[in-house]
Design a protein around this ligand. Structure first.
Ligand code: GLU
Length: 333
């Protein structure tokens, strides 16, 4: 009897504790679900890239705008373009910043998206700024041109990043495989500069707008050179594909880079899914145009934005309804 009553008491205490712990946890879950409803995410890239601060800038303008009301936007650090497109397709992100070449492949179901097939729900929102296929090498590695990478230790970027995919295309254009390098690493952009300066690798490949934190880090912390990427193989790539264009890394943007460097590039674009609310997309695009000068001043890579090019450049996916409505009203389409 005594045993039973003790057991009953213990049970009562356990129930009490459960209620004490369980109720707030339940409340928290409800709150999270509610918050989820109104929260928007923009998938970007590594924190030392340009996608991350630019996605943050877009969110700030949207959050500051009257139209945002119940939605709250935040930038999420991710593996980059291909990762963003994959997560967007799965409904894990509201928006993503992606390279124009990977936007094209996602809409067509080609290259890395061959297994997943075409994504019919992908929609474009706005074209942002040019990104250069940027190769940075240790000054002591004897690398001046892309061809010199042969036999060297090269970081080709993490799988899921835009540069990882674009590098495969460039390697194929040169008739190279991974075996043409003495070592291939797949570091993500946030740690590549450290690895370069620590002499773990001879060169990094990063498809990025300029200036970027990662390149700034390497150029200030050790002796590096920007590498020229040009010649008939690159000319052929640009001639064959609309999403590639000539690009340069401007001179004097970083320590020790007096010369302008020729390369090729893509466009950084913002995409979303067809089921993102028309109001939200409209409000987001409007917040960029309503605060155009502020937006341009939020990152040096945005300084050359042109209102008329933003609804078109490098956008192969159909425009999202909300973006189209805004551009039409502004007479930009
Ligand atoms: N272009 C890179 C990618 O698609 C990201 C560049 C950045 O982080 O700014 O992964």
């Amino acid at each position: 009897m005594r045993f039973i009553s003790t057991r009953a008491n213990i049970l009562k205490i356990i129930y009490f504790l459960l209620i004490l712990v369980g109720l707030p946890a339940f409340g928290l879950q409800v709150a999270l679900a509610q918050d989820d409803k109104g929260s928007l995410t923009i998938g970007s890239g590594g924190v030392t890239g340009v996608y991350y601060p630019v996605a943050g800038a877009i969110c700030r303008l949207f959050n500051d705008s009257q139209d945002a009301k119940r939605s709250r936007c935040s930038a999420v650090s991710t593996g980059g373009s291909v990762d963003n497109l994959t997560r967007l397709r799965r409904g894990e992100l509201s928006f993503g910043v992606v390279q124009s070449d990977w936007q094209f492949h996602a809409i067509k179901g080609t290259a890395v998206f061959e297994d997943d097939g075409a994504d019919p729900n992908l929609r474009s929102v706005v074209s942002l700024y040019p990104e250069a296929f940027t190769v940075l090498a240790r000054a002591d590695a004897g690398i001046e041109r892309f061809e010199d990478l042969r036999g060297k230790r090269v970081n080709i970027g993490n799988p899921g990043s835009g540069q990882h995919g674009t590098m495969q295309v460039v390697m194929a254009a040169y008739g190279w495989t991974r075996g043409d390098f003495s070592l291939v690493r797949e570091f993500k952009s946030s740690i590549q500069s450290r690895a370069l300066c620590d002499n773990e690798i001879d060169a990094i490949v990063f498809v990025v707008g300029h200036p970027s934190g990662s390149i700034k880090q390497a150029t200030t912390e050790c002796d590096v050179v920007l590498v020229e990427v040009s010649g008939p193989n690159i000319d052929a790539l640009i001639a064959e594909h609309d999403y590639y264009r000539r690009a340069t890394v401007p001179s004097n943007m970083y320590r020790g880079t007096e010369r302008e460097i020729m390369t090729f590039g893509v466009g950084a674009t913002l995409v979303t899914a067809a089921n993102t609310s028309e109001e939200v997309v409209y409000a987001l695009v409007k917040s960029l145009y309503d605060n155009f000068d502020r937006f341009k001043g939020m990152h040096p890579a945005l300084a050359s934005l042109r209102p008329h090019e933003m609804p078109k450049d490098g956008l192969s996916a159909e425009l999202h309804e909300g973006a189209r409505r805004y551009y039409r009203e502004r007479g930009l389409l």
